[in-house]
Design a binder for this molecule. Structure first.
Ligand code: ADP
Ligand code: AMP
Length: 220
């Protein structure tokens, strides 16, 4: 099973991907996480991606496609099921993904659109932080750790905020989303793959809606 989580920055894709990974054993493949790891490691891709990411732009299609294709080629771990979070982000990437999957005789099962209005996204992104050890996502207001200062998932006590989560960069990222990524909605609707959930609901409710989509695909 291969599922794409599609939605603007801050829609809750990473949060729901984490749930799906925990509860359904699907492997979460986040191009944003992979690019941040490349930046942290100082690799050539990372050095090129750093400035692009900090200004809220997209890295070139061939870079994003290459890291996903490489991960798909590497993985017996990806055979059971895969969630793509943050990829594809342009029609060019979607077409490349179609080609990569066709070569591997695999198919896309569904594209889940998480609908959230722009006004809510700025508040979500500016309050976002995550566990420095396991990456679990939190929010200052909407999703605090159960025990203050301690990660619910791994017990870690250090948290980080993303360099691109500033108010100015968020605006740039939203503009890029509407211009480059929103055209994927009609692209996948035309293929009968698009399913929409209300991303404005609270986290547990969104998870239930996504579970219902998976159940309708024969997976629960
Ligand atoms: P994305 O991966 O789409 O950029 P995240 O999953 O990182 O988004 O969520 C952005 C922020 O909003 C995080 O701080 C997260 O805890 C919070 N969040 C996620 N889903 C919801 C929700 N349904 N309601 C309120 N806050 C949410
Ligand atoms: P994300 O973690 O999904 O919010 O992504 C963070 C940043 O990484 C984005 O703002 C882009 O600069 C870059 N990025 C992540 N995924 C892609 C992609 N599929 N194509 C191009 N750039 C990407």
């Amino acid at each position: 099973m291969i599922i794409i989580l599609l939605g603007p920055p801050g829609a809750g894709k990473g949060t729901q991907a984490e749930n799906l990974q925990r509860n359904h054993g699907l492997v979460n493949l986040s191009t944003g996480d992979m690019l941040r790891a490349a930046v942290a490691s100082g690799s050539e891709i990372g050095r090129k991606a750093k400035a692009v990411m900090e200004r809220g732009d997209l890295v070139p299609d061939e870079v994003a496609v290459a890291i996903v294709a490489e991960r798909l080629a590497a993985g017996p771990g990806t055979a059971k099921g895969l969630i793509l979070d943050g990829f594809p982000r342009t029609v060019g990437q979607a077409e490349a993904l179609d080609r990569v999957l066709a070569e591997k005789h695999r198919k896309l099962d569904a594209v889940i659109e998480m609908q959230v209005v722009d006004e809510a996204l700025v508040a979500r992104i500016s309050g976002r932080f995550s566990c420095a050890k396991c990456g679990a996502a939190y929010h200052d207001t909407f999703n605090r750790p159960k025990v203050e200062g301690k990660c619910d998932v791994c017990g870690g006590g250090e948290f980080t905020r993303r360099a691109d989560d500033s108010a100015e960069t968020v605006k740039a990222r939203l503009t890029v989303y509407h211009r480059e990524t929103a055209p994927l909605l009609p692209y996948y609707r035309a293929r009968g793959l698009l399913r929409t959930v209300d991303g404005m609901a609270e986290i547990g409710q969104v998870a239930k809606e996504i579970d219902a989509v998976l159940a309708s695909l024969g997976r629960s």
